[in-house]
Design a protein around this ligand. Structure first.
Ligand code: F3S
Length: 397
């Protein structure tokens, strides 16, 4: 790779050991993917924050990088394994909390903003169209590339951290125009609305894309979509299809920038929709846990939850997972009091997937197709998808 003088200095250790290591990681990545040079990134999102995933080996790597590493660009974190203020109320044990805080402290030492959210674009790590990023977290990557029109590859924890410490990423993959063209045309013939339905749609498309070899889809037939619906769709299509970029006619900013694929590869009808929805509802289900906020709930979703819960009492464990800055807005607006008075709990900084709650509940109801996938695969819960209204009905009945 061709390096600038500054990049060469980073590699030679002029800016310290962590920066040197970071540059080595990026050069290795660039060599693998035939990048010719590095580009500057506007911001970084780091995943792999839960102590449950990192363990002592991951923490040791972070602590080593934190000795002299300092971030050069705006950098935020994915959800951690617990609510940093309210972990006891969520049943997290003391030992885990201690170790999780050691992880967060190492990130903080490097100058990373320890917000712990998978929706950085809702809380200030908000790139604009065309900006280059180095984001980890598959749902956020898909949202950044597709909905915002920014450019990022799907980074892993170490490469995202390396970009944070250098402000650089190798120029390959989704950073290049030629890799952002849509390859398959998908026609949606059913009306889709609300986060749960966009999640179901993401699973249908994701499952098909896996069979087609993970192509970039061009999706037609969706007349409108809210931010919340798109974040749910991104999480789902990234989970089931490994998709990091899609174009949606009339909705995403690059839909008419590149040539549109001419043949319709598949159409989605009511029957496909119902069939896939039923795959996200297990048999013999006993729901004892309801969770909304995968990806992290927006203030708009929290306002809706508050209006539905006002004056009611929840009978089941009920989490609203969100970013702490969003929770603070909810506090100021009075939504948190209504929600907590009803007996529901906020789980800021974390979520029902990354928190160490494997096996703690029998069945979970969510409005997210991604949470269904990991609820089963990681936490061994039975699952049911439903709208936010249906989740709340389940929680209070
Ligand atoms: Fe976010 Fe957790 Fe879902 S990280 S996308 S809320 S699985």
């Amino acid at each position: 790779m061709k390096l600038t003088l500054e990049e060469q200095d980073m590699l030679n250790g002029k800016y310290g050991n962590a920066t040197r290591k970071a540059m080595e990681i990026l050069i290795t990545l660039g060599d693998i993917f035939d990048a010719e040079f590095m580009i500057d990134v506007y911001g970084v999102q780091i995943a792999g924050v839960s102590y449950a995933n990192l363990g002592e080996a991951g923490l040791e790597f972070l602590s080593e990088m934190a000795v002299d590493g300092k971030v050069r660009v705006l950098t935020t974190l994915n959800p951690a394994g617990m609510d940093r203020e309210n972990w006891q109320a969520l049943g997290i044990d003391k030992e885990f909390a201690k170790n999780q805080n050691r992880v967060i402290d190492a990130f903080a030492k490097m100058g990373i903003i320890t917000t712990c959210s998978c929706t950085p674009y809702l809380i200030g790590n908000s790139p604009h169209f065309g900006q280059h990023l180095a984001w980890a977290e598959s749902s956020a990557v898909c949202y950044a590339n597709s909905v915002i029109g920014a450019r990022t590859n799907r980074e892993g924890g170490p490469s995202a951290l390396a970009s944070a410490l250098t402000g650089k990423t190798p120029n390959y993959g989704y950073h290049l125009d030629e890799n952002r063209h849509s390859q398959v045309l998908i026609k949606v013939n059913v009306p889709v609305q609300e986060t749960d339905e966009f999640g179901v749609l993401g699973k249908i498309i994701g499952d098909k894309l896996v069979k087609l070899g993970k192509k970039i889809p061009f999706i037609t037939g969706i007349p409108s979509a809210t931010v919340e619906e798109l974040k749910s769709f991104c999480a789902s299509v990234a989970t089931y299809g490994g998709t990091a970029l899609f174009h949606m006619e009339g909705i995403t900013p690059e839909y008419d920038k590149y040539p549109k694929p001419s043949d319709i590869v598949f159409e989605i009808n009511q029957e496909d929709f119902e069939k896939t929805r039923s795959e996200l509802i297990d048999d013999d289900l006993e729901i004892d846990f309801v969770s909304i906020g995968c990806p992290h709930a927006s203030i708009h979703e929290i306002a809706k939850i508050a209006s539905l819960l006002e004056g009611k009492n929840v009978k089941k464990e009920f989490w609203i997972t969100t970013a702490r800055p969003t929770k603070r807005i909810a506090d100021e607006a009075g939504y948190s009091k209504i929600i907590e008075d009803a007996g529901a709990k906020f789980a800021a900084d974390t979520c029902c997937v990354v928190a160490p709650i494997n096996g703690r509940f029998k069945g979970i109801m969510v409005d997210s197709a991604k949470a269904c996938y990991y609820g089963r695969a990681k936490n061994k819960f039975k699952v049911k998808i439903g709208s936010i209204e249906e989740c709340i009905e389940e929680a209070i009945k």
